[in-house]
Design a protein around this ligand. Structure first.
Ligand SMILES: CC(C)(COP(=O)(O)OP(=O)(O)OC[C@H]1O[C@@H](n2cnc3c(N)ncnc32)[C@H](O)[C@@H]1OP(=O)(O)O)[C@@H](O)C(=O)NCCC(=O)NCCS
Length: 157
């Protein structure tokens, strides 16, 4: 894992923002976060990190953690709207390495609970989050624009 490093993303760095947005669009398709909403989410982020190979100019994964207000329709609390590892780097342990480091930083920020939505059939993500102690706390029918269902997951960190 030495050949990779985890770096802060500056939410004013348009080049990084565009690249991360493009990759999440490729992964989540119709249910990806739209560009105008993307800015609202990242502007108030608690944590915005990327994982990059030390020798290549490429972002292989990103995480955004944001604090949603009490009346937010997504879910109130500290929420992960974006977390991914690029397809050709998946299942090699990078997600685990990246998420562990993100948790360390969130603990320093005194975050206690984390929430996220994932599709009910996204088995890789469900397995992944389960390993970190996330529990399914709610089911939302047709939650996504595509009509897919979601689970809301919670973790005490
Ligand atoms: C979910 C995701 C972040 C996992 O990252 P990753 O780097 O591939 O994960 P790791 O290699 O660290 O794997 C850790 C564990 O996750 C689970 N997992 C990962 N990929 C899996 C797959 N394709 N099938 C089943 N379980 C899988 C396994 O439990 C795995 O442990 P194991 O290898 O000991 O069986 C990655 O698959 C991804 O970005 N997917 C697309 C985007 C996404 O779904 N994001 C989360 C939705 S909010």
């Amino acid at each position: 894992m030495k050949k990779f490093s985890i770096k802060n993303v500056d939410f004013k760095d348009l080049k990084d923002l565009k690249e991360i947005h493009k990759v999440q669009k490729g992964i989540f398709g119709a249910d990806a976060i739209k560009w105008d909403w993307w800015f609202d989410l990242i502007e108030d982020n608690l944590l915005f990190l990327k994982i990059v190979p030390s020798k290549l100019n490429e972002i292989i994964g990103a995480i955004v953690v944001t604090h949603l207000k009490k009346d937010d329709p997504l879910y109130p609390g500290d929420y992960i709207p974006v977390f991914f590892i690029k397809e050709n780097y998946q299942r090699k342990g990078y997600g685990t390495f990246f998420f562990k480091e993100s948790l360390k930083r969130l603990r320093k920020l005194m975050v206690q609970f984390l929430y996220l939505h994932t599709k009910d059939y996204n088995q890789p993500a469900l397995n992944f989050y389960k390993k970190f102690g996330f529990k399914i706390i709610e089911f939302f029918e047709k939650y996504y624009g595509s009509g897919d269902n979601s689970y809301l997951l919670e973790m005490k960190i």
